[in-house]
Design a protein around this ligand. Structure first.
Ligand SMILES: *Cc1c(COP(=O)(O)O)cnc(C)c1O
Length: 378
């Protein structure tokens, strides 16, 4: 189905930040399959981890334990201080899980009726009927009626708007610390910590949607770790599997016992091959040295971008980059692809989510193609 406006390019192979089409033409990819290929294309260690696991045991159900999923759960808890994880296969599913946990926590403690979740305007939380509801953009609330009820929207960055939207029916607030699809909008630190304090005082759960900002993307393992907050629920997905489908919903000790047998499930969730890939990614990206390098590469990239005539502003944390240009971002992205640079957009900005292990040479190549392309669009 034509659910994406696809480019006329068929990619066949890749290594690092370079992809090759069926004619052998090279592209530098600063989109990573929308922030998924954390270690670039076909990283040697990742390929080994995944293929070895495929050769051992490829799938079990969640009625049994696997070393791969247990190890991954353990690592995620140790690295975040959270207590429990539930694995699924995508970001939207991870958010669905968080929404279910938030509502059940409130139901168990306060009874029926305290079930509203506040999200922020301009947010993006997924494509299922419920996560479309959670998404705070009117353009997503069309055609597929009836949508799931119980969502309210507050102005991002405006604490009064949040306070005015909270009521005795509110059970949770869900946010992205950087609104990715919304145009790489970085939330203000004071706003986020004030919001977190306000919620904690009222036993309103804070859900951090780290589907895009997680897994080293912002220079910390999770984006919220750049902020002075401890969310009750953290979801992640995109970059976690290094190219294999996985989503995770993690919760704090307070919520550890909310979900019991048969309250949630996923046939494919916690798949050992996928978890082998995720274990490799987490082992690689969670080290301080690696994360410092993400920040250093981000700074290097930003400095180069700011020198380009047509670049008006750069919004960036780690290697999550929004580029405001003088001109139409969608048109520019299309021309970049023609010139050998795979780049995406978010709202009216060009967006880069390069592999976290991109080299300075690959950054140079990418910026060179961008510069050339922007000059052509005079
Ligand atoms: C991509 C994204 C999602 C949806 O993830 P899928 O894997 O496409 O379901 C949810 N939230 C945020 C912040 C995202 O960037």
């Amino acid at each position: 189905m034509h659910t994406y406006g696809r480019y006329d390019v068929a990619l066949k192979s890749g290594k690092g930040a370079a992809a090759y089409d069926e004619n052998g033409r090279k592209y530098i990819d600063v989109s990573s399959g929308i922030g998924v290929n954390s270690l670039g294309y076909s990283d040697d260690g990742w390929v080994k981890a995944v293929s070895e696991q495929a050769a051992k045991i490829q799938h079990i159900s969640n009625y049994f334990y696997s070393e791969q999923s247990s190890n991954l759960a353990q690592k995620l808890c140790e690295l975040t201080g959270l207590s429990k994880v539930c694995f699924g296969n995508s970001g939207a599913e991870a958010n669905e899980c968080a929404i279910k946990i938030a509502r059940k926590y409130s139901f168990d403690k306060y009874g029926e009726g305290r079930n509203e979740i506040i999200t922020l305007k301009n947010s993006f939380h997924g494509r299922t009927v419920t996560t479309l509801s959670a998404t705070g953009q009117d353009v997503f609330h069309n055609y597929f009626f009836p949508f799931t009820g119980g969502f309210k929207y507050a102005e991002a960055g405006n604490i009064d708007s949040l306070k005015n939207t909270v009521s005795d029916k509110t059970c949770a607030v869900m946010l992205e610390v950087i609104q990715g699809e919304g145009g790489v909008i970085i939330l203000d630190k004071d706003y986020v910590s004030e919001l977190a304090d306000f919620c904690r005082e009222r036993d309103i759960l804070l859900i951090a949607d780290e589907v895009q900002t997680g897994i080293g993307r912002t220079g910390k393992l999770f984006g919220y770790q750049n902020y002075n907050i401890s969310p009750d629920l953290v979801t992640s997905a995109k970059g976690l599997g290094g190219g294999l489908p996985i989503g995770v919903c993690m919760c704090s000790e307070k919520l550890a016992d909310v979900m019991g047998p048969s309250s949630h499930g996923s046939t494919f969730g916690a798949n050992p091959v996928v978890c082998a890939g995720a274990n490799y990614v987490i082992d690689t990206v969670s080290g301080e040295k690696f994360l410092n390098a993400v920040n250093a590469k981000g700074e290097y990239l930003e400095a180069k971008l700011r020198k380009l005539d047509k670049v008006k502003n750069v919004r960036r944390m780690g290697l999550m980059v929004g580029i405001e240009i003088d001109g139409d971002a969608h048109e520019a992205a299309g021309k970049c692809v023609e010139n050998g640079l795979l780049i995406i957009t978010a709202k009216d900005v060009l967006r880069m989510l390069p592999p976290l292990n991109i080299t300075e040479e690959e950054i140079d190549e990418a910026v060179e193609i961008l510069d050339k392309t922007l000059k052509e669009t005079e």
